[in-house]
Design a protein around this ligand. Structure first.
Ligand SMILES: Nc1nc2c(c(=O)[nH]1)N[C@H]1C(S)=C(S)[C@@H](COP(=O)(O)OP(=O)(O)OC[C@H]3O[C@@H](n4cnc5c(=O)[nH]c(N)nc54)[C@H](O)[C@@H]3O)O[C@H]1N2
Ligand SMILES: Nc1nc2c(c(=O)[nH]1)N[C@H]1C(S)=C(S)[C@@H](COP(=O)(O)OP(=O)(O)OC[C@H]3O[C@@H](n4cnc5c(=O)[nH]c(N)nc54)[C@H](O)[C@@H]3O)O[C@H]1N2
Ligand code: SF4
Ligand SMILES: [Mo]
Length: 691
């Protein structure tokens, strides 16, 4: 190796995969990227990981804070000026409208990242209840359903499982390093069951693929429970000792015979019966509930039904089932003596369970609140690592709302569609320029805490942590933010474990903070009010929600809105591309090459019926005002009544078609995965509203 070159080991923080990385630098430039074999990801790197140098050194990276001038031009300013402007404006809004008039939103970038608790602490000290995250439409619905049912969200133990069920989850695209464990189990003879409206490569490989109508997962789960209960395939001992509400469930599922469920879900009854038997009779089974289940107006109860299925088949906290793996106990950053905000957070009244679970605002309701000024005015917003114009429901309304704000700050790597609407745009460092922790519990089910040391210097950018810390200092919150550096702050967090940044360096493969034990509930009970698995959940009943996992049709569907279905006869769903992360990386050449343009997938029979050819431009509309224009990809891998469009494309932003008010009644999650829609040849379209 060249003398000028230096190699560092770290973990990729671009998705939750935490792939072990080896980065070689020469004069501050990345000249080599390798995969670490001994890491949790076992040597995996996806195309995004391989493109890190392109991302970090992209010519369009933001390098200086910029302010929008009165004539709409961008003017470069110093960090000091930027922080002064924000400080003055936050004080001013607070004085005129109250602290709740400022909202802070952190996107997927902040999930399980160390800067997020500091940002939350900032909101606490400032006094606004309106701190929100991508948890408004990701992960939290699943976590809530599992926590209300059995006190915690378990992790699938793929590697040791005899039966893997991927339900609305496609790890080949969404978390490829997990495929090592899944493939290991398959080689050992595990069965693979896939529930997905599309024939994905994994669905093709599966023992059974249930190709359901999008949004009917809850009915399918009740059908599977019906068979398992009818055929007495439950784990009777577990059910007797550890559940409440089994009798009520037995009654509920009587209505969901395989024949009836076939009518609702399009899944053939015989396949449903085979799946029920396989899950119940395998020596172990783990059911992964993917994001597709959360992004529905009936997602919460579907997730509850699946959680119950996992429990009554005796697959909780056993090898090859669903494991309860604790997170490392770091010092909390919730400040003592927080001045409680007089106002409720946005969405707290409508979705009290969501707020109880997250202590956060429900961001899907911000646009409505900003535009109607109800329940109160929101005047300022700081968006950290998120691109709401492309990722929140009802883009037209989101744009209108963001434009109405007095003050919008966006911190990002690039001038995104959201940043373009801001008053101030701040250049954030990449993860390689900050010190970060990773934890193997939630994804890999192992109690390992590791350090991703700072590898690069990005002189003109600030790390997110530094930004929040410097802003806190300027605002006069020194007492609540006593840490001089990121490392000092991390040391505070690590103290209860007897660790520090320095000592964690001794564990490049992660520090083991505990070892997994099975069936912990036998000694501790479940962390629910009854100590048992709450099939019947009184807490839900008390808040006026269904105590059992009752199925209701999606907000719009051929059954729930039959009239609308005449005008919009197709069901629109969505899926991801491996090279992109939501709205990210369309500007990265090697990743753009993998999926050069937005495409709507449709079946050859539908293409024939509509007279459209592969590659032809069409307009897709929902009941929202605007349609989107994009090209067709004809494929056998989708049902002829369903179409699929990936999100994250500015050129064809599917969130123009989604709704910000039709939300799941418990979680407030939007219907990104089942929406009535129609598709018209561009040449034939009379609508003037298409983008
Ligand atoms: N490359 C890449 N990886 C990512 C991301 C990314 O944007 N790009 N995003 C990350 C994030 S934040 C998340 S939350 C995860 C999510 O990742 P996953 O949990 O895997 O979820 P999705 O990718 O949304 O969808 C998985 C599958 O659900 C299917 N599906 C669509 N509608 C339905 C339905 O109604 N029912 C059922 N059962 N299936 C349906 C889709 O066809 C798709 O194959 O991915 C993460 N990983
Ligand atoms: N229609 C539809 N909409 C969806 C989804 C869907 O499946 N369909 N998925 C939903 C889901 S699961 C999620 S999680 C959300 C995600 O929603 P967002 O979090 O808004 O998604 P991203 O597009 O990844 O935006 C992240 C932004 O952070 C920037 N960034 C990257 N790293 C950093 C950093 O270190 N610091 C800072 N400050 N910025 C950084 C990126 O450049 C990017 O602009 O989208 C949701 N929206
Ligand atoms: S799967 Fe890709 S983006 Fe995710 S951590 Fe691994 S290399 Fe990074
Ligand atoms: Mo997500």
């Amino acid at each position: 190796m060249d003398d000028d070159q230096q190699t560092f080991q770290t973990a990729c923080a671009m998705c939750n995969g935490m792939c072990g990385l080896e980065i070689t630098l020469e004069h501050g430039t990345i000249v080599g990227i390798g995969a670490l074999k001994g890491s949790l990801s076992q040597g995996h790197l996806c195309p995004k990981g391989k493109a890190i140098a392109e991302i970090v050194h992209a010519p369009d990276r933001l390098r200086k804070p910029v302010r929008k001038t009165s004539d709409g031009q961008w003017q470069e300013i110093s960090w000091d000026e930027a922080l002064d402007i924000i400080t003055a404006k936050l004080h001013d809004i607070k004085a005129r409208f109250g602290a709740q008039a400022v909202a802070v939103h952190v996107g997927q970038t902040g999930v399980r990242k160390e800067f997020t608790p500091y940002l939350e602490r900032f909101c606490n000290v400032f006094g606004t209840p309106n701190c929100s995250s991508s948890g408004s439409h990701c992960h939290v619905a699943k976590a809530m359903a599992n926590v209300l049912t059995y006190g915690a969200l378990p992790v699938p133990d793929y590697a040791n499982s005899a039966c893997i069920v991927l339900w609305g989850s496609d790890p080949v695209v969404s978390c490829p390093p997990l495929m090592k464990d899944i493939n290991k189990a398959l080689v050992s003879g595990a069965k693979l069951l896939v529930v997905d409206p599309r024939v994905t490569p994994l669905a093709r490989k599966a023992d059974i693929h249930l190709q359901l109508r999008p949004g009917t997962d809850g009915a399918l789960a009740l059908g599977i429970l019906n068979v398992i209960i009818q055929e007495k395939l439950i784990n009777q001992d577990f059910v007797n000792k550890w559940t409440i509400g089994f009798t009520e469930l037995t009654e509920l599922v009587k209505d969901y015979s395989p024949a009836k469920v076939e009518q609702i879900t399009w899944v053939p009854a015989d396949k449903l019966i085979d799946v029920a038997r396989l899950i119940a009779l395998s020596s172990s089974a783990c059911v992964t509930s993917g994001l597709a289940l959360e992004l529905q107006t009936n997602g919460f109860q579907a997730l509850r039904a699946i959680a119950i299925l996992q429990a009554i088949t005796g697959n909780l906290d056993v090898s090859g089932g669903a494991l309860f793996v604790p997170l490392a106990k770091l010092a909390s950053l919730v400040p003592e003596n927080i001045a409680k905000s007089k106002e409720l957070a946005i969405g707290q009244k409508e979705y009290p369970f969501f707020h109880d679970h997250t202590h956060r605002a429900q961001a899907n309701l911000y646009a409505e609140a900003i535009l109607t000024e109800k329940p109160y005015s929101i005047k300022g917003m700081i968006v950290a690592g998120s691109n709401p114009v492309l990722t929140w429901p009802n883009t037209e309304k989101v744009i209108e709302a963001l434009c109405k704000l007095e003050f919008l700050v966006v911190m990002d790597h690039f001038m995104t569609e959201t940043a373009k609407l801001a008053d101030l745009v701040l250049p954030a460092s990449t993860f390689l320029a900050r010190t970060e922790l990773w934890n193997g519990a939630s994804i890999y089910g192992v109690q390992k805490l590791g350090l991703s040391p700072q590898v690069l210097k990005e002189e003109e950018c600030l790390t997110d942590w530094n930004f929040w810390n410097q802003l806190a200092q300027k605002m006069g919150y020194q007492e609540s933010f006593p840490w001089g550096s990121e490392e000092e702050a991390l040391n505070f967090r690590l103290k209860p474990l007897g660790l520090s940044v320095e000592s964690l360096k001794q564990y490049p493969e992660g520090y083991d903070y505990g070892s997994n034990k099975f069936k912990k509930y036998e000694t501790t009970g479940f962390k629910t009010p009854s100590g048992k698995v709450e099939i019947y959940c009184k807490e839900l009943e008390e808040q006026g929600c269904e105590a059992l996992p009752v199925y209701v049709e999606p907000y719009t569907s051929p059954l729930s809105t039959a009239e609308m279905a005449k005008k919009y006869p197709l069901i629109l769903t969505g899926a991801r591309n491996v090279g992109y992360y939501h709205s990210r990386y369309r500007n990265i050449p090697s990743l753009r090459k993998l999926s050069p343009e937005p495409l709507v997938e449709l079946h050859p029979d539908l293409a024939k019926e509509l007279g459209v050819e592969d590659g032809e431009e069409v307009i897709v509309e929902s009941w929202q005002k605007k349609g989107i224009t994009l090209k067709v990809k004809i494929t056998e891998t989708i049902d002829s009544r369903v179409i699929s469009i990936p999100h994250g494309w500015d050129e064809a932003n599917v969130n123009f078609l989604t709704d910000d008010l039709a939300l799941d009644p418990v979680t407030g999650f939007p219907a990104y995965r089942s929406l009535l829609a129609r598709l018209t040849k561009k040449a034939d379209c009379k609508c003037s509203s298409a983008l």
